[in-house]
Write a protein that binds this ligand. Sequence first.
Ligand SMILES: *Cc1c(COP(=O)(O)O)cnc(C)c1O
Length: 364
Amino acid sequence: MKTKSILTEMAPYKPGKQIEDVKKEYNLEKIVKLASNENPFGFSEEVKRKLPALLDQLEFYPDGYAREIREAVASFYNVDENQLIFGNGSDEIVQILCRAFLEKGTNTIMATPTFPQYKHNALIEGAEAREIPLTEDGHHDIEAMLQEIDESTRVLWLCSPNNPTGVLLDQETVDDIIERTPEHVLIVMDEAYFEYADTAKRYPSIEAVQQHNNIVVLRTFSKAYGLAGLRIGYGIADARLVAAMEPAREPFNTSVIAQKAAVIALDDQHFLTQTVAETQQNKKDFMKFCDDAGLRYDQSEANFLLIHLPISGDEMFEYLLTKGFIVRSGEALGLPNSIRLTIGSKEDMQSVQYYMKEKLMQEG
Ligand SMILES: *Cc1c(COP(=O)(O)O)cnc(C)c1O
């Protein structure tokens, strides 16, 4: 048997360590996972309370049109229903975009490091991935990215806040990109961490979608809404653009449970506000710790920090693992001598500070 030849050169996604595995391996009681930017405050209590009563008729396929959540999101953002496309996580929207726009002979432009699924899916579709290194301080190198555009370019990926740096694209920069990107190029703005960003600094991306027919905005229920386990995210774009993508979407790609939970979660903005406020406070406290310890970090508008270390990220990662904290080593993300740390509860952040300091002292 033979797969597509590109698959022989690719590795499957390597997830962060699983809680149960670490418990066993290190014989620990409590494990704190700060590796995948999940929400340490869980998810809306309303979802927990209301969802079980709604779970009947699971013998039927879900509504392929996802009407209830579609109506809820459309009204939340004041966009038309036909401007939305739902996916099994925004991950799947990335896959759909690649299926719909990329093929052999085309190319796509992205930062590096950034969310790895853009490149991964682009390569499977046979496209060329043009990766432009981030600047020293973790920003997209816009000039270099725009330079790479040619007539075979189909998609330009902007990840804002960027994973793994947390850096937000500022408003003038995005305006400039949109103005200078030719119309044959689709601009994808992946805003998985949008809800965490300072409201004054956020780019008005929905307005941009209403004014341009070559922009897709990606959002998700996985991060601030805390529903990563259910897998639901969405894209917002010009209605014609959505219609053009739709044939590349599987008919029943979001589950009944995910659709119903997302409606309840969207309605509970109180939970969202709490989550964001606590995360921002804990992030601020942790940045203060880094400042005091002389550790540099990228300016993050997300629920994680990329922290630069005087030792290898792998070493810090291994050490924290023995203490029951799972973080992401920068080595694995293409940023040596750093770790990416999801912002957790106050108590957990204090413990992780303690152990980081301990490790750094040992190293002298
Ligand atoms: C987590 C993440 C996603 C994927 O989220 P899902 O909706 O869970 O698939 C997309 N983009 C970025 C940048 C992310 O960090």
